[in-house]
Design a binder for this molecule. Structure first.
Ligand SMILES: [Zn+2]
Ligand SMILES: [Zn+2]
Length: 188
């Protein structure tokens, strides 16, 4: 950033009088601590943000359906999550997203561990509701040795919400197909 990117003014987020960026009227701190969510159409702070945005594991770059719904760098982490969860999950996730009813919901206990994770929109399997079963499998992975490498893929699916994230839903459906049939389309 050069000096000409700044001007003296009032930060649009914290209200401090200081040097702010000309384009978004934010001070340096607020520029890195906040992000604009295109789903909510409002700026989010990393300490209390909406579900559509998250910071990647490691480098802390902003990601998610509300930040970049066609973010190709999320494909590899998302595929890693599918590989850890397996084909049945991939197929069910596809059905859930296509139904327009997919979203995750965390039920955290007041004290101690043992939270629950709902995966809404998932189809039944052999007459059984999978609302919590897939969530249990995800929680197990999140508590396991591979938790760190699966973080971004998991946060990506959490950033999807029903039909509010249409673009990211479409991206995710394409990624699922590419994972299910890696050689399809290779000839074309
Ligand atoms: Zn500020
Ligand atoms: Zn949002």
């Amino acid at each position: 950033m050069t000096q000409s990117d700044y001007k003296h003014g009032t930060c649009a987020w914290c209200g401090n009088q200081e040097e702010v960026f000309r384009d978004n009227m934010l001070c340096d701190t607020c520029d890195s601590d906040t992000v604009y969510c295109t789903v909510c159409r409002s700026r989010q702070h990393h300490e209390s943000k909406c579900r559509h945005v998250f910071q990647s594991h490691g480098c802390g770059e902003w990601r998610g359906a509300g930040f970049d719904p066609i973010d190709n760098e999320m494909k590899a982490p998302f595929h890693r999550l599918l590989s850890a969860m397996g084909e049945d999950f991939a197929v069910d996730l596809k059905t859930a997203i296509r139904s327009g009813r997919f979203f995750t919901w965390t039920i955290a206990p007041m004290i101690g561990g043992g939270g629950m994770l709902e995966l809404n929109g998932m189809p039944q399997r052999d007459g059984r509701s999978m609302l919590f079963e897939w969530g249990d499998a995800l929680i197990k992975l999140g508590e396991g040795r591979r938790a760190e490498e699966l973080h971004d893929g998991y946060r990506w699916i959490v950033s999807l919400y029903k039909r509010n994230t249409t673009k990211a839903n479409r991206t995710t459906l394409a990624w699922i197909d590419q994972w299910l049939w890696p050689f399809a389309g290779a000839a074309s």
